[in-house]
Design a binder for this molecule. Sequence first.
Ligand SMILES: [Zn+2]
Ligand SMILES: [Zn+2]
Length: 400
Amino acid sequence: MIGKIKELAKKYEKEIIETRRRFHQNPETSWKEVETTKYIAETLKKLGCENIKVGFGGTQCGVTAEIVGKPGANEKCVALRADIDALPLKDEKDVPYKSQNENATHACGHDAHTAMLLAAARILTDIKADLKGKVRLLFQPAEEHGVNPGAKALVDGGAMEGVDAVFGIHVMSTTPSGEFWYRVGPFMAAADGWELTISGKGGHGSTPETAIDPTIAAGQIIGAFQSIVAREVSAKDTAVVSIGGVKTSSFVFNIIPERAEMNGSVRTFRPEVQDHVEEAMKRIVDGVCAGTRCRGEFKYSRFLPATINEEKTTLLAKSVAEELFGAAKVKESPLNMGSEDFSYYSRIAPSAFAYLGTASAEKKSDMPHHSPKFDVDESVLFMGAAMHAAFAWSCLEGKK
Ligand SMILES: [Zn+2]
Ligand SMILES: [Zn+2]
């Protein structure tokens, strides 16, 4: 069956590329994917998908639908996920399918994800009679939003109810074209953000003794934050504490400012490390502010959980990929400090999230994600569609 799925994917290759280009030319940013949603929903309807639900998080964005196989064979449900949003960025590529929207570009490859999953839906419809269970398709908005992630809205809307396994692919411009990268366990980091306001007492630069200088506290805190990862996180764990910005309420050579403000981000994998880093940052802020007579207001926000891949599900994806791509093209991925809202699904059901390499210097598809010249190597898209369909079929066969 996996051979047949690959053949079908190849048969639909031209259509997959056309669909990807259609989305590429008409990008919509997070929580604005209304036309993209309509197109997906209409396509799924034409394919005969069931239980089509449109609109999540109180918007008209996002679609879920089901392909129901042989009745009674198995009650299992496999979810396949694609994110559908673009980025608020001007397209600087010189290609015929360039974005027609001045203010948006598919610079992360979510257009490719959407086209691959739509093609997988078509393949799975073709082999419906051989499916021992049902496949739920998740076309989610707003992966890039960060603060209001689309995945969370789908979960809240019931999209993960009854799901036994969930699979997702991200195209990757740093991974060689045509390679499939998997990883068991922690894969992508949790993304947190923090804000700090240090209040002192402003004064004349010539008489600091009459003032309370928040800049001195800020400097000590910047230094002390560096010791968290270096001295408090085990070398066997991984974490990043970064400072994004530092500013003072005045910027004049002879004035001691009233306030200093900072913000930044934290990336971790294990919840214990995440808790520890947050506690250490608060402890340092309190200690330094007490020592320098300042007042610190520290706000720590957890934006996205870490993406943790379940072992059996991921090893199934690996073996399916080996059959499709050939073992030499299937590799274990290193940890990635980036984040993905796929983590909301991986907290609920056993999951496998993987990368499909699209990096080719010749095809100019090796630009960084989120750069205005980002593009994908379209010759690998049929493999992504095949991977989605073959994973779903294998999972329903009970191969996991
Ligand atoms: Zn992105
Ligand atoms: Zn992305």
